[in-house]
Design a protein around this ligand. Structure first.
Ligand code: ASP
Ligand code: MG
Length: 418
C-alpha cells in the first residue's frame, strides 16, 4: 500500500466525460489498496472567465473578494469528481480549502501556504475514502478564502503530499513530461526521464510552463517526489512514463548531459537609463523605488563609464510591470539624475540550464559563439551556478533555441510526430 497524491489540471477536468476518465483512473489506484488524495484544477478556461468577471465588475477590485470568486472554479470540479467517483462505487468526499484547512498568509491572489491540517484527512483516508481536494485555494487565520496565484494547484498538490507524507505526487497534465525544450519549436526535443529539483526550479522560473515555480521550490524543500505525467496517455509498462523530479543524487552520471534544458520567455521588457551619474548610490536610487513598488527586476547590466562620469544602466522587467516601472522611473528622474529613459518590449530571454555546468568550463562560451555565428546579438547576460540567460531580439527566439539545442547535443535522432 502506498499513499499517493494525484493532481489533475484543467484540461483533464474540462467536462463530465473527462472527469469520468479521471475517476476511472483513480479507481484503479484505490482498488490496488492505496490511500489516494486527489487535487484538482478548475475546468480549462474557467479561471480566466472568473478573473474577467472581477475586472468587469471593477478595475480596482478588492483582492479578497477576487479570491472568493476565482476559488469557485475548483469547488465545482472537486464536487463533480467526488460525485463521479461515488457513481462507480468509490467512496469519496471533497475537502475545500477552508475545511481541511489549508492555512495561508493573507496575501490575497498570491497567498503562501503555511501548513495543512491533516487529522481529519488522515482519518478519512484510513477509512478507505478517496479525498478530493480543490487546488489553488486556502484560508487565512481570520477565516477568509485565499488563492495561491495562477497555476497554484500544482503547489496545492505538493503541499498536500508533503503534509500527508505521501510516497509520491503525480501531476497529470496535457503534456507527458518535461522536455529538453518546447517541442513546438524543436520537434527533436527529448523527454527527460529525470530532472533535478534545482534544474526544474530554474526551468520553471525562466519560462518552461509545465509546473508552477513555487510548487517546485516547495517540493525541493520538503523532498517530495514529483512525477509529471500525461492524463491522456493510459498507463504503460514503463515504470517511469513521465518525468520524475528528484534530488541530484538520484540521477545517474551516465545519463547526465552538460545542459539539461533550454527555456525561453517573451514576456520580458528591456529598460535603459542613459547617462546615469557614475557614483556610489546611483544604482540604488534606481532599484530601491522599483522594489518598493513590488516590480520584479531580472537581468541587470551596468556599463562602464564612457563619457565623463556617467554610465548606462539596462535591466529587464516582466511586460506586465513595464508601465508601472516607467512611471516610477519618470517620477524619480530628478533624484536619480539620468539622461534618457528608453524601453523595448521586442526582446526575449533564452536560458540554458544544467547542473552539469558546475563542473565544466566553456559552457557559456559555446552559447555566445553559437548565437554569434547566426548573427544573433546579445543585449544582456545573467548567470547562476547552473544557468546562463541571454536577452536577444524577440524575432530570433525560435532560431536561438534551435541552434542551441543542436549545439549542446540535445537533438533526438527522431523528431516528435504526435
Ligand atoms: N485554476 C487555477 C488557474 O488557472 C489554478 C490552477 O489550475 O493551477 O490558475
Ligand atoms: Mg497548470
Amino acid at each position: 500500500m502506498a499513499r499517493i497524491v494525484m493532481k489533475f489540471g484543467g484540461t483533464s477536468m474540462a467536462g463530465i466525460e473527462r472527469i469520468r476518465i479521471v475517476a476511472a483512473r483513480l479507481k484503479r489506484e484505490w482498488e490496488a489498496g492505496n490511500e489516494v488524495a486527489v487535487v484538482v484544477s478548475a475546468m480549462a478556461g474557467e479561471t480566466d472567465r472568473l478573473v474577467n468577471f472581477c475586472r468587469e465588475a471593477s478595475a480596482l477590485y478588492d483582492r479578497a473578494e477576487y479570491d472568493v470568486v476565482v476559488a469557485s472554479g475548483e469547488q465545482v470540479t472537486s464536487g463533480l469528481l467526488a460525485i463521479a467517483l461515488q457513481a462507480i462505487g468509490v467512496p469519496a468526499r471533497s475537502w475545500l480549502g477552508w475545511q481541511l484547512p489549508v492555512r495561508t498568509d493573507d496575501a490575497h491572489a498570491s497567498a503562501r501556504i503555511g501548513g495543512i491540517d491533516t487529522d481529519a484527512l488522515n482519518a478519512s483516508l484510513a477509512a478507505g475514502n478517496v479525498a478530493v481536494i480543490p487546488g489553488f485555494q486556502g484560508m487565512t487565520d481570520a477565516g477568509r478564502v485565499t488563492t495561491l496565484g495562477r497555476g497554484g494547484s500544482d503547489t496545492s498538490a505538493v503541499a498536500v503530499a508533503a503534509a500527508m507524507k505521501a510516497d509520491r505526487c503525480d501531476i497529470y497534465t496535457d503534456v507527458d513530461g518535461v522536455y529538453t525544450t518546447d517541442p513546438r519549436i524543436v520537434p527533436r526535443a527529448r523527454k527527460l526521464r529525470r530532472v533535478t529539483y534545482e534544474e526544474m526550479l530554474e526551468l520553471a522560473s525562466v519560462g518552461a510552463k509545465v509546473l508552477q515555480t513555487r510548487s517546485v521550490g516547495l517540493a525541493m524543500k520538503e523532498n517530495v517526489r514529483v512525477q509529471v505525467l500525461s492524463s491522456f496517455v493510459d498507463a504503460t509498462d514503463d515504470p517511469e512514463p513521465g518525468t520524475l523530479i528528484v534530488g541530484e543524487e538520484e540521477i545517474d552520471d551516465v545519463e547526465r548531459q552538460l545542459i539539461t534544458g533550454i527555456a525561453h520567455d517573451k514576456n520580458e521588457a528591456k529598460v535603459t537609463l542613459t547617462a546615469v551619474p557614475d557614483r556610489p548610490g546611483a544604482v540604488g536610487s534606481i532599484f530601491d523605488p522599483l522594489a518598493e513598488a513590488n516590480i520584479n527586476v531580472d537581468m541587470i547590466v551596468q556599463n562602464i563609464a564612457h563619457e565623463a562620469g556617467s554610465t548606462d544602466v539596462t535591466f529587464t522587467v516582466p511586460n506586465a510591470e513595464l508601465a508601472r516601472a516607467l512611471d516610477v522611473l519618470e517620477k524619480g528622474k530628478e533624484r536619480i539624475g539620468y539622461g534618457a529613459l528608453r524601453h523595448d518590449t521586442r526582446v526575449a530571454k533564452v536560458t540554458i540550464v544544467g547542473v552539469g555546468m558546475r563542473s565544466h568550463a566553456g559552457v557559456a562560451a559555446t552559447m555566445f559563439k553559437t548565437l554569434g555565428e547566426r548573427g544573433i546579438n546579445i543585449q544582456a547576460i545573467t548567470t547562476s551556478e547552473i544557468k546562463v540567460s541571454v536577452l536577444i531580439e524577440e524575432d530570433y527566439t525560435e532560431l536561438a533555441v534551435r541552434v542551441l539545442h543542436t549545439a549542446y547535443g540535445l537533438d533526438a535522432p527522431e523528431a516528435i510526430t504526435a
